[in-house]
Design a protein around this ligand. Sequence first.
Ligand SMILES: [Zn+2]
Length: 140
Amino acid sequence: MSNTKPACKQRKSSFLASLLLNKCPRCRKGELFSNKNPYRLGKVFDMHKKCPCCGQPTELEPGFWYGTGYVSYVLCVAISVFNLAWYWLFIGLSWKDNSIFYWLGINTFFLTVAMPVLIRLSRTLYLSFFVYYDEETEKL
Ligand SMILES: [Zn+2]
């Protein structure tokens, strides 16, 4: 399969960069999502059926994306723990001055604002559990 799209001619990204940029885990070049902006909320779930560069199917089986709920949960817990750590260190937590409720508000706001990005990141991460980088796609 030869592809003439400019994005497919670029060098592959590193594993971490391909995760953060929502690239195909097999070739690390093709976009997984049809719209790059995650904050276009009506299109946050719109994915290509196949990678535009290597042809890797994105939905491996019916209901494949249900597993991303677990990945998204782990990401949200990790971010909440990180937010708790910096808040505790720099501001402090106490029931007496209601600072724990301010942390809850800040954390909820942050997770809500980051949710479209986290949805896409969890899908890319979940797909990378099952699809590994293939050097042969470099020649496509
Ligand atoms: Zn690909």
